[in-house]
Design a binder for this molecule. Structure first.
Ligand SMILES: Nc1nc2c(c(=O)[nH]1)N[C@H]1C(S)=C(S)[C@@H](COP(=O)(O)OP(=O)(O)OC[C@H]3O[C@@H](n4cnc5c(=O)[nH]c(N)nc54)[C@H](O)[C@@H]3O)O[C@H]1N2
Ligand SMILES: Nc1nc2c(c(=O)[nH]1)N[C@H]1C(S)=C(S)[C@@H](COP(=O)(O)OP(=O)(O)OC[C@H]3O[C@@H](n4cnc5c(=O)[nH]c(N)nc54)[C@H](O)[C@@H]3O)O[C@H]1N2
Ligand code: SF4
Ligand SMILES: [Mo]
Length: 763
């Protein structure tokens, strides 16, 4: 491999440990690093004990972060696509001028709402999403989406209708922890996951329940593993809720005080045939009922649903059923149970918000369902998307039907990708703009789901960027300027106020300008980056947009911010919070609440049990005859499993994996024998969407009829000669748009009907 960076091969230049975070999953555990003498390489990594949530914990992946920072495929210059489909380097002025001209032409001819925005944040970089506002408002863009609209929108929608906001579980204190289509051993999803699962497993007073067709590493530790048939969770959960209803195990007085809709729920589940549910789910009725009773009897229960059910049949219904299971038993708003979120920004407000312009798909949380985006491009509808700006996302690789995505990208009149690498998506774009990495600018995560004390972590840059790449904030501000949307002299005026009169006067001046000219809100993030940004210590310029977010949060939740130790009147509180973030290299507690406060945050102070459309689905489950496979496609493929060394497409160099470099297809030995396949055999996997050649690995963990491929493989990376080489297979070459949830369009990647056959190696 070219330019392979090994963390271990260089010794640290000094004993200084710098604070930052791991960016390989949503948790962003606090990390301490030592740099090598070249100032460009991470030499040593350890957990940061001062991080409020991860408290020194790291998983196996964090020691490989240098593979993200140092890479042979780093983008160093803006690139423009040529007529031949190659890319040529161009300078920034040319790139910005041409992009602005194309976008303004599309805006003036067809309307700004034909310009679509995708991405804005991956697992640890959410600030581009804030700065993109500058470009979007400047061109009048309206529609957008990101990866949440292919996994979490069903859950957001259900949670919003039941609780008025997204919820999460207190797994660290739950007496009973349930993992539903979730393998936290590899995928985490809450802090210190492996340590926490081990603690629950060891404690005789606590119970670990795993619902997964596969005997995962988490299932190995479980007290109860319900190895549900793939894609049949709706029956299992409906049977469990029906057990609670039919045996009268629900918490009547508590429900009367805190919820409405119980009668409708009881009426529906009284009619559910539990034996039929058990049969269809592949779990015997006794285990199903006894597990439901454990949940009803427990002091506290926390449930984590994830992709195994969210990317599967009946996904939105399952998000509802699992909530009914614990809400009926009162496992909400008390320690060890569930809570609604209160953090900086409101990432997960699951409101339903109209329909997409071309195909009329339901929009949740402001996000167009990912599976319809190509349809919204490849159409002659007058409002079809004609331009796309994509940043911190790789949709050609990560969204259903890569083939159709390539087609959609090439059909656009203008496409711009902002990334650190020449990704599968960048290779279809008209312009590719190089961004600084997450270790070369200030960054922050908004996935902070802690309660009753919540935290925030602003990371300081640990490297100087190379010449070429720019922060997204700068890129978006330059586009806004080229579009003529930044009033002349405004930046200098505000900078002058800050320099001569200080932050309080600056704050008053900013608020006065915004009150005077509300359209300036559109460029506020970039304006802060240019004015407040340079005054911030520790090279935190890119964190400037958080200043506004801090003010919003302090105004919305002053009591909980004060309880966290920040002081000041209404206006000063936001500044105090911002300074707290800036001055805490390992993160800081930003709000402290009490469990009963949750009710105050909920509209009407109660939860709603009855969602009528979903109850109608429950009523038809017993008459539904599930049939996911066919003679042509007899297996169910879980397309995109999390493994020890996968991290979406954040690290592209295959050498970062210590094992399973090619990402094998796992299959039960009995299925393999029937198909004449042994360990390491080559095989062809075929679906309605396409076919790919894979290497097979036999695994007793897999149920018969169920096969799995890892997520995040099939990436091209330069080999030792600098030639692009693809390792493993990209799962979405095998998936397609229509295999998706009927309410919110989340794809059913975890149960793709498939066929497998042996092939000769090198075939
Ligand atoms: N190592 C690693 N960690 C990651 C990531 C990564 O790429 N690599 N990505 C991060 C991201 S973006 C996300 S969203 C999370 C996802 O985290 P998870 O949802 O935990 O990840 P998956 O492995 O995709 O799916 C979880 C489980 O669903 C099971 N499953 C498959 N079919 C079914 C079914 O029919 N029913 C049930 N009940 N289960 C089923 C699979 O066997 C698998 O064990 O992980 C995050 N963490
Ligand atoms: N078949 C199948 N498909 C799946 C899944 C599955 O289980 N099965 N999982 C899905 C899930 S849950 C998710 S979340 C998605 C993830 O898919 P995407 O949302 O596409 O996310 P990533 O692969 O993490 O891509 C992040 C991009 O950001 C770039 N990047 C990194 N740092 C920076 C930076 O500082 N600035 C900029 N501008 N760019 C940066 C990276 O190079 C990369 O191209 O994949 C989904 N796709
Ligand atoms: S759990 Fe692992 S991958 Fe996720 S942020 Fe922490 S160290 Fe990184
Ligand atoms: Mo995800």
């Amino acid at each position: 491999m070219a330019d392979v960076p090994h963390t271990s091969s260089k010794s640290p230049a000094s004993d200084d440990w710098l604070s930052t975070a791991c960016i390989l999953c949503s948790l962003n555990c606090g990390v301490k690093v030592q740099l090598a003498g070249d100032g460009k390489t991470i030499a040593r990594t350890k957990g940061d004990d001062a991080h409020p949530a991860s408290q020194g914990y790291l998983c196996n992946k964090a020691s490989r972060l240098n593979y993200y920072q140092n890479r042979a495929d780093r983008l160093l210059s803006p690139m423009r696509r040529t007529a031949e489909g190659d890319y040529e380097a161009i300078d920034w002025d040319t790139a910005i001028t041409e992009i602005a001209a194309k976008l303004s032409h599309i805006r003036d001819t067809h309307g700004g709402d034909t310009i679509f925005y995708y991405g804005g944040g991956g697992q640890g970089n959410h600030l581009p999403g804030a700065y993109a506002r500058n470009t979007l408002a400047s061109v009048g863009a309206k529609w957008r989406s990101n990866a949440l609209a292919q996994e979490k929108t069903g859950e957001f929608w259900v949670a919003d209708r039941m609780f008025g906001g997204y919820n999460h579980g207190d797994f660290h204190h739950a007496q009973v922890a349930v993992f539903l289509g979730k393998n936290p051993w590899h995928s985490h999803g809450f802090h210190r996951a492996r340590a926490t699962i081990r603690e629950i497993a060891k404690d005789p007073q606590r119970t670990l329940i795993v619902i997964d067709p596969k005997r995962t590493e988490t299932a190995d530790l479980a007290d109860i593993h319900l190895a549900v048939k793939p894609a049949r969770d709706a029956w299992l959960l409906a049977g469990m809720v029906a057990t609670i209803v039919q045996e009268g195990l629900y918490n009547n007085p508590w429900l009367a005080e805190h919820t409405d809709g119980l009668d409708q729920v009881v009426e529906t589940f009284d009619q559910v045939d539990v034996e039929d549910c058990a049969r269809k789910s592949g779990i015997d009725a006794d285990s199903l009922r006894s597990t439901a009773r454990i949940i009803a009897d427990a002091d506290s229960v926390a449930v984590f649903e994830d992709l195994g059910v969210q990317m599967n049949r009946h996904s939105t219904l399952v998000s509802y059923l699992q909530r009914l299971l614990w809400l009926l038993c009162g496992h909400f708003a008390k320690p060890g149970s569930h809570f609604t979120l209160n953090g900086l920004g409101n990432l997960a407000a699951g409101r339903e918000d109209g329909k997409s312009p071309v195909v009329g798909a339901r929009i949740i949380a402001g996000l167009v369902p990912c599976n319809v985006i190509p349809d919204e491009v490849l159409s002659d509808h007058p409002q079809h998307y004609r331009a796309m700006i994509i940043e911190s996302g790789n949709p050609v690789h990560s969204l259903p039907d890569s083939q159709r995505w390539r087609q959609a990208m090439r059909a656009l009149e203008c496409s711009v990708v902002i990334d650190v690498a020449m990704t599968e998506t960048a290779r279809q774009a008209d312009y590719v703009l190089p961004a600084t990495t997450q270790y070369e600018k200030a960054e922050a995560t908004f996935f902070n789901f802690e309660f009753p004390d919540n935290y925030f972590h602003v990371r300081r840059p640990i490297f100087s960027p190379p010449v070429g790449p720019l922060d997204e904030a700068e890129i978006h501000m330059r586009i806004a300027e080229a579009l003529g949307c930044v009033p002349a002299g405004l930046e200098d005026e505000l900078k002058q106020t800050l320099e001569t009169e200080g932050r309080t006067a600056f704050r008053d001046a900013v608020f006065a300008k915004l009150a005077e000219e509300p359209t300036l809100m559109a460029i506020a993030p970039g304006l802060l980056y240019r004015t407040l940004g340079p005054s911030l210590p520790h090279n935190l310029r890119n964190a400037a947009a958080l200043w506004a977010v801090c003010h919003q949060h302090a105004m919305a939740s002053p009591d909980s911010v004060r309880a966290a130790g920040f002081e000041g009147d209404e206006m000063a509180l936001g500044d105090a919070l911002f300074d707290g973030l800036i001055n805490s290299p390992s993160g800081v507690i930003i709000s402290c609440e009490r469990w009963p406060d949750i009710w105050q945050r909920m509209p009407g102070g109660i939860a709603h049990l009855a969602l009528v459309d979903l109850l109608e689905d429950v009523a038809t489950l017993n008459t539904e005859l599930p049939e996911e496979t066919s003679d042509q496609y007899p297996l169910l493929l879980s397309a995109g499993e999390r493994r020890a060394y996968t991290a979406n497409t954040i690290i592209r160099n295959p050498q970062w994996r210590k094992k399973d470099i090619d990402g094998a297809l796992y299959i039960n030995p009995k299925d393999a024998a029937r198909l004449n396949l042994g360990d390491g055999s080559a095989a062809r996997v075929a679906t309605q969407g396409g076919s790919m050649d894979v290497v097979v690995e036999l695994s007793e963990r897999m149920q018969q009829g169920h096969i799995s491929l890892p997520n995040g493989l099939g990436l091209s990376y330069p080999d030792a000669e600098g030639q692009p080489r693809t390792t493993g297979i990209a799962p979405n070459e095998l998936t397609w748009n229509e295999l998706a949830d009927k309410y919110v369009g989340t794809p059913w990647h975890k149960s793709v009907p498939a066929r497998l056959e042996a092939i000769e190696r090198g075939h």
